[in-house]
Design a protein around this ligand. Structure first.
Ligand code: URA
Length: 236
């Protein structure tokens, strides 16, 4: 691919903007030699104002989503894309969230520009486990675990019962819930179905991947080893 298109696709500007960046001598190789728009270089050998380029297409990003941010890019309020450099919004192909977390949910959120990977993660048959920590408004009754594990819980306005999910009670109002699907507001609706209310919700894990020590609001790109960990235990 031509350098101008490659750099424009990474969100650094329109093709015209990038042409100007070449003209201004802002685009160099790693040794500092000024590049021209028709030069050929590997991605890793290109610098803009001395800085390495953002990662190329095929990104998988891990974000520690804070409460108060939505996953929709159209929301007028704070959106998760605000937590990335503005040019990430202009990347082609576009970055999308892998599924969604509610505005009031914190924790592990993946983003990718790889449609196939996105599909592999969210496709119903992938059944990748997603682990949530829920803080509840009422004491647990004691029968929730059996109901959630039964594969017979039918949520309001749904036609098919939920897949079996595993509940681990941590104390009277805190529980860890592992789901193998992702329906709309699923955790909140499951606890509502047993007369409770989720006061705080945090996603700890997807597949074999957790947040580690990544602080809230921070993100990082995942490499091959971590991608493999995501699918560790995948039943596909
Ligand atoms: N279930 C919910 O209710 N909310 C989320 O954000 C994720 C799962």
């Amino acid at each position: 691919m031509k350098l101008v298109k490659h750099i424009a696709n990474l969100g650094y500007g329109s093709r015209k903007d990038v042409q100007w960046m070449f003209r201004e001598g802002r685009i160099t190789d790693a040794a500092g030699e000024v590049l021209y728009a028709d030069d050929r270089r590997d991605h890793d050998d290109i610098r803009i104002d001395g800085q390495a380029l953002d990662p190329p297409t095929g990104l998988l990003l891990l974000l520690h989503k804070p409460v108060g941010y939505t996953c929709s890019s159209k929301d007028p309020g704070r959106v998760v894309f605000d937590l990335f450099p503005p040019r990430y919004r202009a990347r082609e192909p576009q970055l999308s969230t892998v599924g969604r977390l509610d505005r009031d949910t914190s924790g592990l959120l993946l983003l990718t520009d790889d449609g196939q990977l996105l599909h592999r993660i969210i496709a119903p048959k992938s059944k990748l486990p997603k682990v949530y920590l829920a803080t509840l408004a009422q004491d647990l009754r004691g029968d929730e675990g059996a109901l959630f594990a039964s594969g017979e819980l039918l949520l309001e306005n749904e036609k098919t019962p939920l897949l079996p999910a595993e509940l681990a009670v941590l104390d009277t109002r805190t529980a860890r819930l592992t789901l193998h699907e992702g329906r709309y507001h699923q955790v909140r609706r499951m606890f509502a179905a047993v007369g409770n209310h989720v006061e705080a919700l945090h996603r700890e894990r997807i597949g074999g991947l957790d947040l580690g020590v990544l602080p809230q609001g921070q993100w990082r790109a995942l490499g091959e080893a971590e991608r493999a960990r995501l699918f560790a235990g995948d039943i596909e």
